[in-house]
Design a protein around this ligand. Structure first.
Ligand SMILES: CC(C)(COP(=O)(O)OP(=O)(O)OC[C@H]1O[C@@H](n2cnc3c(N)ncnc32)[C@H](O)[C@@H]1OP(=O)(O)O)[C@@H](O)C(=O)NCCC(=O)NCCS
Length: 147
């Protein structure tokens, strides 16, 4: 049975499997229908972390960041067969230790049900939600789809 040490985390874009990442994200609850080209552009313009098992990409996380003041954590997943083995925690440890993500004033993320994962790393509910705003278009990728 695979253990934590059978997984490695990398930020090397040459190792990322765009087809695998897109296959997951396009059927995820947060970005259904996202086009492959959009995923490629997002990866190119973010600080990304891949999780690998025997050379195959089985997990991913993406920090959207200026690498100076702010970062937004997005697109975190671990393939079902590899869940419950500490891979997401390994990803989180690598992300929070990354040299370009030190001393930021704020990190944010959105999650439907993984609050208890991120709470282990110091994330809390918004302290002042009345000060935050958003412009959210949840079905944007479906709107853009041809036909
Ligand atoms: C959430 C997810 C990334 C966790 O990956 P994982 O590798 O199985 O997680 P780990 O084994 O590293 O452990 C996660 C820890 O967070 C906890 N946790 C809290 N909420 C959780 C949730 N919704 N799903 C999984 N774990 C959760 C676990 O109980 C575990 O706690 P522990 O430290 O007491 O063991 C994975 O379940 C997944 O890909 N889910 C579908 C996509 C998703 O929801 N992504 C998050 C979007 S914000």
């Amino acid at each position: 049975m695979a253990s934590d040490s059978d997984y490695d985390i990398s930020t090397d874009p040459l190792r990322f499997d765009l087809d695998a990442i897109h296959a997951y994200l396009t059927q995820s609850y947060w970005s259904p229908g996202i086009p492959r080209e959009t995923v490629a552009r997002a990866i190119e313009n973010s600080l990304c972390f891949g999780a690998f098992h025997e050379g195959r990409q089985i997990g991913f996380a993406r920090m959207i960041t200026d690498r100076a003041t702010f970062a937004y954590l997005a697109d975190v997943y671990v393939l079902e067969a590899h869940r419950g083995k500490g891979v997401a925690k390994k990803l989180m440890n690598r992300i929070l230790a990354h040299p370009d993500l030190q001393g930021l004033r704020r990190m944010m993320l959105a999650t439907r049900d993984a609050h208890a994962l991120y709470a282990q790393y110091g994330f809390t509910p918004l302290k002042a939600p009345d000060r935050m705003m958003e412009k959210h278009v949840p079905d944007v990728y479906r709107q853009a789809a041809p036909g």
